[in-house]
Design a protein around this ligand. Structure first.
Ligand code: ACO
Length: 428
């Protein structure tokens, strides 16, 4: 049996070190013994965590080269076909598919926590009508911590369960209210007779009718989109959730931090960029010209390429099918033809083939949301709602992991050496 170790020779000193390898990883702290002086041991320098595992996890598995995504071992294709978002959230959070009673209890608990305190409504009222709904969501989910001070008891399992119900249940309500506020429409309150996504559509789109009836195709399409966005292992916002949560703050504050991370255009904002790109191209015949520009280094083909997937993003395949179903109900999105032409040309072009650039989840999701009547400002909000289950699962896993500590990276200091304070009159 080959030894599960790594031998390192420090050429500065000629010393050799043997470091153990476990689960394909070395411990960065084992490098600390490699030193030339008493003070500082060797550290690994890894901006953006390009090759650093910050945790061990049992939640989501991705194999980017083979285009594989699994939640708790189940392939995303099977979950999207057979499951619902709430069942998927249960699976992600608790590790197993629920039995019938567990699913009924879970669904009941999520459904019956959807009302928000009227004072939160006043917080939403106080935002300018042009306030970005994602800014409203981040603020109000953070504000929820002041309504549930017991949430600070993060090591109490019952308290954690209660906040889990509240967070998954109230995120759509906060999002729906933020959307209605931006339009100056009266808030539409949760309807407990509807499904998770049916109720969300009700909170977005109900007008004067006494009872909102969601279109079943759109309701299911949104449910599948929520399944596809429920978790994606150690992405930027999951890392924010774990990092902020490691200070042992309450989960509402940590979710606010994770949502803030998602707000950035490099993370949750790519589908908006895709729509803007399609509108800028304008028509199918302009696609070859656009591709030529991208190949010449003028901008990127948005919705293509991924840090992890070097193959077709498995979520993009599923989303493409949903797009067809939504367009059948809502009419064909005129930007679809441009998107299809871009995909057709890019997938047969050497530039994209060589660099393993394939459509990612964002290439079609924006088109679907737009067809459902949702403005681009709502896109990151539509991402944050389902991702809440993933954030909480990552947070709980972190809390229960004895290896985890307060997240506090090291730095490589390159600044000034010690020097004496210069009085104002002597400064240039
Ligand atoms: N269009 C054109 N060229 C691209 C694209 C693209 N979308 N993506 C990567 N490339 C090229 C780069 O120019 C580079 O070429 P070079 O080797 O000649 O310099 C090569 O492919 C590798 O690119 P990197 O930037 O090193 O790849 P990285 O893994 O860091 O980038 C990223 C991944 C950021 C997603 C990139 O593909 C991109 O910008 N895509 C467009 C934005 C997008 O769709 N983001 C959503 C991602 S999905 C999500 O976050 C939910």
């Amino acid at each position: 049996m080959p030894s599960e170790t790594l031998t390192i020779t420090d050429n500065r000193t000629g010393k050799q070190y043997e470091i153990s390898i476990k689960n394909g990883a070395i411990k960065a702290t084992d490098l600390f013994q490699i030193r030339i002086s008493e003070e500082e041991g060797l550290v690994s320098y890894d901006p953006g965590f390009m090759n650093t595992a910050s945790c061990q996890s049992k939640i989501t598995y991705i194999d980017g080269d083979r285009g594989i995504l699994r939640y708790r071992g189940y392939p995303i294709e099977q979950i999207a076909e057979k499951s619902s978002y709430l069942e998927t959230a249960y699976l992600i959070l608790y590790g197993e598919l629920p039995n019938k009673t567990q699913l009924e209890d879970w669904t009941h608990n999520i459904t019956f926590h959807s009302i928000i305190h009227e004072n939160i409504k006043k917080v939403i009222d106080s935002f300018h009508h042009e306030a970005h709904p994602m800014g409203v969501l981040i603020s109000t989910v953070g504000a929820l911590s002041t309504f549930y001070p017991e949430a600070k008891k993060i090591f109490d399992v019952k308290t954690r369960r209660a906040q889990t119900y509240r967070l998954i249940s109230k995120m759509p309500t906060l999002a729906g209210f933020a959307y209605r506020h931006s339009l100056g429409l009266p808030y539409s309150y949760p309807d407990n007779d509807l499904s998770y996504t049916g109720n969300f559509l009700n909170m977005l789109f109900k007008m004067t009718e006494l009872k909102y009836k969601p279109n079943p195709v759109l309701e299911r399409a949104l449910d599948i989109l929520f399944i596809l966005h429920a978790d994606h292992e150690q992405n930027c916002s999951a890392n924010a959730m774990r990092s902020v949560g490691s200070s042992q703050v309450d989960p509402y504050s940590a979710v606010a931090a994770a949502a803030a991370a998602l707000y950035g255009p490099l993370h949750g904002g790519a589908n908006e960029a895709v729509l803007r790109m399609l509108m800028e191209i304008g028509s199918k015949d302009k696609v070859p010209e656009f591709i030529k520009k991208v190949k010449g280094g003028e901008g990127r083909l948005m919705g293509f390429g991924h840090r992890v997937y070097k193959n077709y993003d498995p979520r993009a395949k599923i989303i493409k099918e949903i797009a067809d179903q939504v367009f059948e109900v809502r009419g064909r999105n005129p930007l679809l033809d441009i998107a299809l032409e871009l995909e057709r040309i890019a997938l047969s072009d050497d530039y994209f083939i060589k660099r393993k650039l394939y459509p990612n989840v964002d290439f079609y999701s924006g088109l679907i949301y737009q067809s459902m009547g949702l403005p681009m400002d709502m896109f990151p909000v539509l991402f944050a709602i389902p991702r809440t289950a993933g954030w909480i699962a990552q947070w709980e896993e972190m809390l229960m992991d004895a290896d985890q500590k307060l997240a506090r990276p090291k730095q490589v200091y390159l600044g000034a050496e010690i020097r004496d304070y210069v009085p104002m009159e002597k400064r240039s």
